[in-house]
Design a protein around this ligand. Sequence first.
Ligand code: FE
Ligand code: FE
Ligand code: ZN
Length: 276
Amino acid sequence: MFTIGCHLSSSKGFLAMGKEAVKIGANTFQFFTRNPRGGAVKPLDLIDIEAYNRFSTSNGLCAVLAHAPYTMNPCAEKAGLREFALNVMRDDLSRLSHIPDSLYNFHPGCHVGQGVDIGIDLTAQMLNSALKPGQKTTVLIETMSGKGSEIGRSFEEIQSIIEKVEQNEHLGVCLDTCHVFSAGYDIVHNLDGVLDEFDKIIGLSRLKAIHLNDNMTPFGSRKDRHEKIGKGTIGLDAFGRIVNHPILKSLPFYLETPNEIEGYAEEIVLLKSLGL
Ligand code: FE
Ligand code: FE
Ligand code: ZN
């Protein structure tokens, strides 16, 4: 049985997200920790979280994935923006400590003209300040498409960040199918080769989650335009191979496709129908 879910709105709280996930046949979900285009955050509701924790245990939900806001740029040029990123990550991780089995995904950032090497250094510095010994949440660096000055478009860049982080036992990678295909990793024709490369450069033990998205743009476009599953340049056959791949099938899958809740429910049915 897959672990599969989709991105849900967190506006009604954790218990509401858990119930919505179960209703659409999911056994996990992703949500934004705060306003993705700002940073504003609601007060922590521990009663809701406790109710959610009981609900998730009795309904078999697992590996809930919290996504950091897009405004978080750990390798920004301005010190104030980097401080904002650090404070957001610290606060998000402290909130997530109340949810067992949680994962935290973030974009490694845009170097905005400082160059990739400085970007990698700054992002690693932030992680060194944000990660704490004994923390429970695993922090995932997302593979990026390479649009603009994004870092994290290659496995080498991601590994360079990981290597510079002392507490890197708390770090993993979330592979976004749309992003890697745009970045030039051919998961349609050479999935085994791409996973082999991931293993050689980063190590497959770091791979903790998959963002399942089709792609509106051609291979190697360096663009970040998600498409519904089976409607884009990756295509349904490739998703069948991805969800059934021996290395991938036990990982949690999260849909971030352009859908309302009904569309997500249909994609979950579709993806389960592809499963062995
Ligand atoms: Fe993302
Ligand atoms: Fe993603
Ligand atoms: Zn994306």
